[in-house]
Design a protein around this ligand. Structure first.
Ligand code: NI
Length: 170
């Protein structure tokens, strides 16, 4: 099943999504989440983007260089960030029509549970680190457009307002 994607302006995308007590709560949604992510050509998708108030997200295999498959990150945390930063153009399924460069740490140390309930602590870098940060932002109520320069934000103001208005008119 393909979920419908919640769009900028939807309150589920603002505010912090609480931690899950059990990894098993996500299992009924994992396959549909991954399917939805690919249906919309995304490389990551957080649960609140499809209306689930659950602290987890998916990242597609193309974000990783170590050959792992599509992955689920439950109760994710970032415990360290590199001082080294890089810029990369980001988009978001919940913010259609806008792409902007965002500056983020290149490398991060993360903790999470996988879909078997196993604890992991590992270093992610490049695209994997970027997507992880973009998705954990969603679970904290933050959009990539909150992290662009004030000038760029001003330039995108109309588009963002239009997205939010579309939501309230629904
Ligand atoms: Ni996004």
């Amino acid at each position: 099943m393909i979920f419908s994607i919640r769009i900028y302006g939807d309150p589920i995308l603002r505010g912090k999504i609480p931690e899950l007590n059990s990894f098993e709560e996500v299992l009924p949604y994992v396959v549909d989440m991954i399917e939805t992510m690919y249906d919309d050509d995304g490389i990551g998708l957080s649960a609140n983007q499809v209306g689930l108030k659950m602290r987890f997200f998916t990242i597609g295999m193309n974000a990783f260089e170590d050959g792992r498959g599509d992955s689920i990150f439950i109760n994710p945390e970032i415990v360290e960030m590199s001082e080294e930063l890089w810029d990369y153009e980001e988009g978001c399924l919940s913010v259609p029509g806008i792409r902007e460069y965002v500056t983020r740490p290149l490398t991060i140390k993360v903790k999470y549970l996988d879909d078997r309930g196993q604890k992991h602590e590992e270093i992610l870098t490049d695209l994997a680190a970027r997507v992880f940060q973009h998705e954990i932002d969603h679970l904290n109520g933050i959009f990539f457009v909150d992290r662009i320069s004030p000038l760029k934000r001003t330039l995108n103001k109309k588009k963002l307002r239009a997205l939010a208005e579309k939501y309230t008119k629904k």
